[in-house]
Design a protein around this ligand. Sequence first.
Ligand code: DAK
Length: 261
Amino acid sequence: MSFIQYEVQGMVAVLTIDRPKALNALNSAVLEEMDAVIDAIDLNTVRCLVITGSGEKSFVAGADIGEMSTLTKAEGEAFGKKGNDVFRKIETLPIPVIAAINGFALGGGNELAMSCDIRICSDNAVFGQPEVGLGITPGFGGTQRLARLVSPGMAKQLIYTGRNIKADEAKRIGLVNEIYTQEELMPAALKMASGIAKNAPIAVRNCKKAINEGLELGMDEALVLEEKLFGDCFETHDQVEGMGCFMSREKPKPRPVFTNN
Ligand code: DAK
Protein backbone atom coordinates (compact mmCIF):
# COMPACT_ATOMS: atom_id res chain seq x y z
CA MET A 1 0.00 0.00 0.00
CA SER A 2 1.38 3.42 -0.92
CA PHE A 3 -1.26 5.70 0.55
CA ILE A 4 -2.86 3.78 3.40
CA GLN A 5 -1.32 2.60 6.65
CA TYR A 6 -3.22 0.00 8.60
CA GLU A 7 -2.33 -1.10 12.10
CA VAL A 8 -4.11 -3.34 14.57
CA GLN A 9 -3.58 -2.78 18.30
CA GLY A 10 -5.47 -5.50 20.15
CA MET A 11 -9.14 -5.15 19.27
CA VAL A 12 -8.73 -1.68 17.71
CA ALA A 13 -7.52 -0.93 14.18
CA VAL A 14 -6.21 2.38 12.89
CA LEU A 15 -6.45 3.28 9.20
CA THR A 16 -4.31 6.28 8.28
CA ILE A 17 -4.62 8.07 4.95
CA ASP A 18 -1.01 8.79 4.14
CA ARG A 19 -0.61 11.31 1.35
CA PRO A 20 0.60 14.32 3.33
CA LYS A 21 2.14 16.16 0.35
CA ALA A 22 -1.38 16.65 -1.02
CA LEU A 23 -2.91 17.10 2.44
CA ASN A 24 -4.24 13.52 2.12
CA ALA A 25 -6.50 14.41 -0.82
CA LEU A 26 -8.44 11.46 -2.15
CA ASN A 27 -7.39 10.34 -5.61
CA SER A 28 -8.48 7.08 -7.27
CA ALA A 29 -5.48 5.18 -5.90
CA VAL A 30 -6.23 6.29 -2.31
CA LEU A 31 -9.88 5.28 -2.68
CA GLU A 32 -8.96 1.89 -4.19
CA GLU A 33 -6.44 1.16 -1.43
CA MET A 34 -8.89 2.22 1.25
CA ASP A 35 -11.50 -0.07 -0.26
CA ALA A 36 -9.08 -3.04 -0.24
CA VAL A 37 -7.96 -2.40 3.36
CA ILE A 38 -11.54 -2.17 4.60
CA ASP A 39 -12.42 -5.42 2.83
CA ALA A 40 -9.48 -7.10 4.56
CA ILE A 41 -10.40 -6.06 8.14
CA ASP A 42 -10.61 -9.17 10.30
CA LEU A 43 -14.00 -8.63 11.91
CA ASN A 44 -13.43 -11.60 14.23
CA THR A 45 -10.76 -9.68 16.11
CA VAL A 46 -11.21 -5.99 15.30
CA ARG A 47 -14.09 -4.38 17.21
CA CYS A 48 -13.58 -0.71 16.46
CA LEU A 49 -11.85 1.17 13.62
CA VAL A 50 -10.27 4.63 13.85
CA ILE A 51 -9.72 6.59 10.63
CA THR A 52 -7.28 9.51 10.58
CA GLY A 53 -4.93 11.38 8.25
CA SER A 54 -1.15 11.53 8.41
CA GLY A 55 0.66 14.72 9.36
CA GLU A 56 -0.49 17.51 11.64
CA LYS A 57 -2.24 19.70 9.12
CA SER A 58 -4.93 17.69 7.46
CA PHE A 59 -7.36 14.84 7.88
CA VAL A 60 -8.35 14.90 4.19
CA ALA A 61 -8.44 18.13 2.12
CA GLY A 62 -11.04 16.71 -0.24
CA ALA A 63 -11.14 14.75 -3.43
CA ASP A 64 -8.06 15.29 -5.59
CA ILE A 65 -8.80 18.42 -7.59
CA GLY A 66 -5.92 17.78 -10.01
CA GLU A 67 -7.26 14.36 -10.92
CA MET A 68 -10.84 15.60 -11.16
CA SER A 69 -10.05 18.68 -13.24
CA THR A 70 -9.91 16.79 -16.56
CA LEU A 71 -12.65 14.23 -16.02
CA THR A 72 -15.41 13.75 -18.56
CA LYS A 73 -19.01 13.40 -17.35
CA ALA A 74 -18.72 9.59 -17.51
CA GLU A 75 -15.38 9.57 -15.70
CA GLY A 76 -16.74 11.99 -13.09
CA GLU A 77 -19.64 9.64 -12.45
CA ALA A 78 -17.26 6.66 -12.14
CA PHE A 79 -15.04 8.61 -9.71
CA GLY A 80 -18.08 9.61 -7.66
CA LYS A 81 -19.21 5.98 -7.52
CA LYS A 82 -15.78 4.86 -6.33
CA GLY A 83 -15.91 7.29 -3.42
CA ASN A 84 -19.55 6.64 -2.62
CA ASP A 85 -19.00 2.87 -2.56
CA VAL A 86 -16.07 3.13 -0.11
CA PHE A 87 -17.86 5.62 2.14
CA ARG A 88 -21.00 3.50 2.19
CA LYS A 89 -18.85 0.48 3.06
CA ILE A 90 -17.51 2.43 6.05
CA GLU A 91 -20.98 3.57 7.07
CA THR A 92 -22.35 0.03 6.98
CA LEU A 93 -19.26 -1.71 8.38
CA PRO A 94 -20.60 -3.90 11.21
CA ILE A 95 -18.19 -2.39 13.76
CA PRO A 96 -18.14 1.26 14.92
CA VAL A 97 -15.83 3.66 13.11
CA ILE A 98 -14.37 6.78 14.74
CA ALA A 99 -13.02 9.64 12.61
CA ALA A 100 -10.08 11.33 14.36
CA ILE A 101 -10.02 14.58 12.40
CA ASN A 102 -6.59 16.15 12.69
CA GLY A 103 -6.90 19.31 10.58
CA PHE A 104 -8.64 20.04 7.26
CA ALA A 105 -11.79 18.03 6.56
CA LEU A 106 -12.95 19.66 3.37
CA GLY A 107 -15.24 18.37 0.62
CA GLY A 108 -14.62 14.63 0.36
CA GLY A 109 -12.74 14.83 3.68
CA ASN A 110 -15.82 16.05 5.51
CA GLU A 111 -17.87 13.48 3.60
CA LEU A 112 -15.51 10.71 4.71
CA ALA A 113 -15.77 11.89 8.32
CA MET A 114 -19.56 11.92 8.05
CA SER A 115 -19.62 8.31 6.88
CA CYS A 116 -18.03 7.35 10.22
CA ASP A 117 -20.14 6.73 13.33
CA ILE A 118 -18.40 9.23 15.61
CA ARG A 119 -16.33 12.33 14.83
CA ILE A 120 -13.79 13.85 17.18
CA CYS A 121 -11.31 16.50 16.11
CA SER A 122 -8.23 18.52 16.96
CA ASP A 123 -8.50 22.20 17.81
CA ASN A 124 -6.97 23.15 14.43
CA ALA A 125 -9.62 21.25 12.45
CA VAL A 126 -11.47 23.04 9.65
CA PHE A 127 -14.64 21.68 8.06
CA GLY A 128 -16.45 22.64 4.90
CA GLN A 129 -18.08 21.63 1.65
CA PRO A 130 -16.42 24.05 -0.79
CA GLU A 131 -17.58 22.23 -3.94
CA VAL A 132 -19.87 24.95 -5.32
CA GLY A 133 -16.81 27.19 -5.62
CA LEU A 134 -15.29 24.53 -7.89
CA GLY A 135 -18.38 24.21 -10.07
CA ILE A 136 -19.61 20.91 -8.66
CA THR A 137 -21.96 19.61 -5.99
CA PRO A 138 -20.73 17.55 -3.03
CA GLY A 139 -20.47 14.14 -4.68
CA PHE A 140 -19.52 11.68 -1.97
CA GLY A 141 -22.79 11.85 -0.03
CA GLY A 142 -22.31 15.35 1.46
CA THR A 143 -25.74 16.71 0.58
CA GLN A 144 -27.39 13.70 2.19
CA ARG A 145 -25.26 13.06 5.26
CA LEU A 146 -24.75 16.70 6.31
CA ALA A 147 -28.48 17.38 6.13
CA ARG A 148 -29.18 14.32 8.29
CA LEU A 149 -26.39 15.00 10.75
CA VAL A 150 -26.83 18.70 11.46
CA SER A 151 -30.07 20.12 10.11
CA PRO A 152 -31.32 20.67 6.57
CA GLY A 153 -31.15 24.45 7.07
CA MET A 154 -27.58 24.45 8.42
CA ALA A 155 -26.46 21.94 5.77
CA LYS A 156 -27.90 24.15 3.04
CA GLN A 157 -26.18 27.23 4.47
CA LEU A 158 -22.79 25.49 4.61
CA ILE A 159 -23.14 23.88 1.17
CA TYR A 160 -24.57 26.91 -0.68
CA THR A 161 -21.99 29.31 0.78
CA GLY A 162 -19.06 26.87 0.70
CA ARG A 163 -17.92 28.52 3.94
CA ASN A 164 -15.34 26.73 6.09
CA ILE A 165 -15.99 26.42 9.81
CA LYS A 166 -13.61 25.83 12.70
CA ALA A 167 -13.73 23.10 15.32
CA ASP A 168 -15.79 25.04 17.89
CA GLU A 169 -18.53 25.85 15.38
CA ALA A 170 -18.49 22.24 14.13
CA LYS A 171 -19.09 21.11 17.70
CA ARG A 172 -21.83 23.69 18.24
CA ILE A 173 -23.81 22.43 15.22
CA GLY A 174 -23.29 18.77 16.11
CA LEU A 175 -20.88 17.86 13.33
CA VAL A 176 -18.24 16.71 15.83
CA ASN A 177 -18.66 15.34 19.33
CA GLU A 178 -15.46 16.49 21.04
CA ILE A 179 -12.44 18.73 20.45
CA TYR A 180 -8.92 17.89 21.70
CA THR A 181 -5.49 19.40 21.31
CA GLN A 182 -3.52 17.85 18.46
CA GLU A 183 -1.44 15.82 20.92
CA GLU A 184 -4.50 14.55 22.76
CA LEU A 185 -6.54 13.58 19.71
CA MET A 186 -5.19 10.11 18.88
CA PRO A 187 -4.88 8.98 22.51
CA ALA A 188 -8.49 10.08 23.01
CA ALA A 189 -9.62 8.25 19.85
CA LEU A 190 -7.81 5.08 20.93
CA LYS A 191 -9.22 5.31 24.46
CA MET A 192 -12.76 5.67 23.12
CA ALA A 193 -12.18 2.84 20.64
CA SER A 194 -10.85 0.46 23.29
CA GLY A 195 -13.76 1.36 25.59
CA ILE A 196 -16.16 0.39 22.79
CA ALA A 197 -14.13 -2.75 22.02
CA LYS A 198 -14.50 -3.97 25.60
CA ASN A 199 -18.28 -4.03 25.32
CA ALA A 200 -20.28 -6.94 23.96
CA PRO A 201 -19.54 -6.95 20.22
CA ILE A 202 -22.83 -8.40 19.08
CA ALA A 203 -24.73 -5.82 21.14
CA VAL A 204 -22.55 -2.97 19.83
CA ARG A 205 -23.00 -4.11 16.22
CA ASN A 206 -26.75 -4.41 16.70
CA CYS A 207 -26.86 -0.88 18.17
CA LYS A 208 -25.11 0.46 15.06
CA LYS A 209 -27.51 -1.38 12.79
CA ALA A 210 -30.55 -0.27 14.80
CA ILE A 211 -29.54 3.40 14.75
CA ASN A 212 -28.41 3.52 11.11
CA GLU A 213 -31.22 1.49 9.61
CA GLY A 214 -33.85 2.80 12.03
CA LEU A 215 -33.18 6.38 10.96
CA GLU A 216 -34.25 5.43 7.44
CA LEU A 217 -37.62 4.08 8.65
CA GLY A 218 -40.82 5.42 10.16
CA MET A 219 -41.04 5.10 13.97
CA ASP A 220 -43.31 2.02 13.95
CA GLU A 221 -41.05 0.05 11.64
CA ALA A 222 -37.95 1.34 13.41
CA LEU A 223 -39.20 0.03 16.73
CA VAL A 224 -39.88 -3.39 15.18
CA LEU A 225 -36.30 -3.38 13.89
CA GLU A 226 -35.07 -2.49 17.39
CA GLU A 227 -37.12 -5.34 18.89
CA LYS A 228 -35.58 -7.83 16.46
CA LEU A 229 -32.04 -6.67 17.14
CA PHE A 230 -32.70 -6.63 20.90
CA GLY A 231 -34.07 -10.19 20.75
CA ASP A 232 -31.10 -11.25 18.67
CA CYS A 233 -28.78 -10.55 21.63
CA PHE A 234 -30.47 -13.11 23.87
CA GLU A 235 -28.89 -16.54 24.39
CA THR A 236 -25.56 -15.15 23.20
CA HIS A 237 -22.59 -15.82 25.43
CA ASP A 238 -22.33 -12.07 26.09
CA GLN A 239 -25.92 -11.69 27.28
CA VAL A 240 -25.79 -14.79 29.47
CA GLU A 241 -22.44 -13.82 30.98
CA GLY A 242 -23.19 -10.08 31.21
CA MET A 243 -26.48 -10.53 33.03
CA GLY A 244 -25.18 -13.50 35.02
CA CYS A 245 -22.32 -11.43 36.39
CA PHE A 246 -24.71 -8.65 37.38
CA MET A 247 -27.11 -11.05 39.10
CA SER A 248 -24.37 -12.77 41.11
CA ARG A 249 -22.84 -9.53 42.30
CA GLU A 250 -22.94 -10.59 45.93
CA LYS A 251 -20.00 -12.82 44.94
CA PRO A 252 -18.25 -10.34 42.70
CA LYS A 253 -17.22 -11.81 39.39
CA PRO A 254 -14.76 -10.15 37.06
CA ARG A 255 -16.31 -8.30 34.17
CA PRO A 256 -16.89 -10.88 31.45
CA VAL A 257 -14.67 -11.12 28.43
CA PHE A 258 -17.15 -10.64 25.65
CA THR A 259 -17.03 -12.87 22.60
CA ASN A 260 -18.35 -12.91 19.08
CA ASN A 261 -20.93 -15.61 19.72
N1 DAK B 1 -6.63 18.04 -4.19
C1 DAK B 1 -5.36 17.97 -4.65
N2 DAK B 1 -4.33 18.55 -4.04
C2 DAK B 1 -4.57 19.26 -2.94
C3 DAK B 1 -5.88 19.37 -2.39
C4 DAK B 1 -6.94 18.73 -3.07
N3 DAK B 1 -8.20 18.74 -2.63
N4 DAK B 1 -5.81 20.15 -1.28
C5 DAK B 1 -4.52 20.47 -1.14
N5 DAK B 1 -3.77 19.95 -2.11
C6 DAK B 1 -2.34 20.07 -2.32
C7 DAK B 1 -1.99 21.46 -2.86
O1 DAK B 1 -2.15 21.50 -4.25
C8 DAK B 1 -0.52 21.56 -2.46
O2 DAK B 1 0.25 20.79 -3.35
P1 DAK B 1 1.67 21.36 -3.92
O3 DAK B 1 1.33 22.64 -4.57
O4 DAK B 1 2.50 21.54 -2.68
O5 DAK B 1 2.14 20.27 -4.84
C9 DAK B 1 -0.49 20.84 -1.11
O6 DAK B 1 -1.67 20.02 -1.09
C10 DAK B 1 -0.55 21.80 0.06
O7 DAK B 1 -1.67 22.64 -0.14
P2 DAK B 1 -1.59 24.24 -0.01
O8 DAK B 1 -0.24 24.72 -0.40
O9 DAK B 1 -2.75 24.79 -0.73
O10 DAK B 1 -1.74 24.41 1.57
P3 DAK B 1 -2.39 25.63 2.34
O11 DAK B 1 -2.12 25.38 3.78
O12 DAK B 1 -1.97 26.94 1.76
O13 DAK B 1 -3.96 25.49 2.09
C11 DAK B 1 -6.08 24.31 1.97
C12 DAK B 1 -4.65 24.38 2.60
C13 DAK B 1 -6.71 23.00 2.43
C14 DAK B 1 -6.92 25.49 2.50
C15 DAK B 1 -5.95 24.39 0.43
O14 DAK B 1 -4.99 23.41 0.01
C16 DAK B 1 -7.23 24.12 -0.25
O15 DAK B 1 -8.11 24.95 -0.33
N6 DAK B 1 -7.35 22.88 -0.81
C17 DAK B 1 -8.52 22.50 -1.55
C18 DAK B 1 -9.65 22.21 -0.59
C19 DAK B 1 -10.90 21.86 -1.32
O16 DAK B 1 -11.46 22.65 -2.07
N7 DAK B 1 -11.33 20.65 -1.10
C20 DAK B 1 -12.54 20.14 -1.70
C21 DAK B 1 -12.18 19.46 -2.95
S1 DAK B 1 -13.63 19.11 -3.85
C22 DAK B 1 -17.58 13.76 -7.02
C23 DAK B 1 -17.46 13.20 -5.82
C24 DAK B 1 -16.79 13.87 -4.82
C25 DAK B 1 -16.25 15.09 -5.03
C26 DAK B 1 -16.38 15.62 -6.25
C27 DAK B 1 -17.03 14.97 -7.26
N8 DAK B 1 -18.26 13.08 -8.12
C28 DAK B 1 -19.58 12.53 -7.83
C29 DAK B 1 -17.73 13.13 -9.37
C30 DAK B 1 -15.54 15.77 -3.99
C31 DAK B 1 -15.06 16.98 -4.20
C32 DAK B 1 -14.14 17.62 -3.30
O17 DAK B 1 -13.73 17.10 -2.30
